[in-house]
Design a protein around this ligand. Structure first.
Ligand code: PRP
Ligand code: MG
Length: 213
C-alpha cells in the first residue's frame, strides 16, 4: 500500500481532480466528510494541513505527497521533488499599502527594521536578508492581510493567487519573489523501498498533467 499526503484547503479539489485523471481511486476522497485518513484500493490518503504536508513525508508517515513549493521551502526539509504539476499556481510576494511601495523604490537602506507580517517566517527572513534588509517579523497563522490595516506591520509576505484578498484589504503587490505550484514529492526512504509503485504514480500523474496542457 502506498500512502499519499494531500493538502486540505483550497488546493484539495485540484489534487483530487488530478489524481482522478491519473487513474487513482478517489471516490472516498470526494466523500471524505471529516475523515483524515482514507483507504481506497492500493492507496491510503492522509489529509493534512498544507504547511504540515512536507513533515508527513519527511517523517515517513507518507510515501508521497502533493505540496506547494512555498510550504516545502518554509519547512526547510529535504524532500525529493519528482514532478512539478504546474497546478495551484500562485506566487510569493511582498505586499503593502502605497506608502510602503514608495519606500521600496527608495532602496534597501530605507527598509531597515521594516515590520513584516507573515505565515512564512523562514522564507521572509531569507528573502529580505537576500536584499540586505533586516526585518522585524510578526508571525501570524493566517489572515495576514489584517496586519498593515491594524498598524501591526508595514507590509506582508504571503502567497497571492487572484489578488482579490489584497485588493479587498487595500494592499497591492510590491515585489513578487517566488513562483509557486504543487509539486509531487517523496521521502528518501520511500523512494528506496517502494520505487516501483512510486514510479508508477509519477508516470500516471505526469501523463494527466501533460494531457491537461
Ligand atoms: C491565502 C493567502 C492569501 C490568499 C491569496 O489565504 O494567504 O491570503 O489566499 O489568494 P487570492 O490572491 O486569490 O486572494 P487563505 O485563504 O488560504 O487563508 P489563510 O491566510 O488565513 O491561511
Ligand atoms: Mg491568507
Amino acid at each position: 500500500m502506498l500512502t499519499l499526503a494531500l493538502p486540505t484547503g483550497r488546493s484539495f479539489g485540484e489534487c483530487v481532480k488530478i489524481l482522478e485523471c491519473s487513474g487513482l481511486p478517489v471516490s472516498g476522497l470526494k466523500d471524505a466528510g471529516r475523515s483524515l485518513v482514507i483507504e481506497e484500493g492500493a492507496f491510503r490518503y492522509i489529509l493534512s494541513k498544507p504547511s504540515d504536508v512536507p513533515a508527513m513525508v519527511y517523517y515517513g508517515a507518507a510515501d508521497l505527497a502533493l505540496a506547494g513549493n512555498d510550504v516545502i521551502e518554509e519547512a526547510g526539509i529535504a524532500l525529493a521533488e519528482l514532478l512539478d504539476t504546474g497546478l495551484g499556481r500562485c506566487r510569493m510576494a511582498v505586499a503593502g499599502p502605497s506608502e510602503i511601495a514608495e519606500k521600496f523604490r527608495g532602496g534597501a537602506q530605507r527598509l531597515m527594521g521594516l515590520k513584516v507580517a507573515t505565515k512564512y517566517a523562514r522564507l521572509a527572513e531569507r528573502t529580505f536578508a537576500g536584499w540586505g534588509v533586516q526585518i522585524k517579523l510578526l508571525k501570524l497563522n493566517g489572515s495576514v492581510e489584517l496586519a498593515p490595516a491594524l498598524g501591526l506591520a508595514d507590509c506582508i509576505f504571503d502567497v497571492v493567487q487572484t489578488g482579490k484578498t489584497l485588493e479587498a484589504n487595500g494592499l497591492s503587490v510590491i515585489k513578487e519573489t517566488l513562483p509557486v505550484s504543487l509539486r509531487l514529492v517523496a521521502g528518501v526512504s520511500s523512494i528506496q523501498l517502494r520505487w516501483n509503485s512510486i514510479f508508477g504514480v509519477v508516470g500516471a500523474v505526469n501523463s494527466a498533467v501533460e494531457a491537461k496542457k
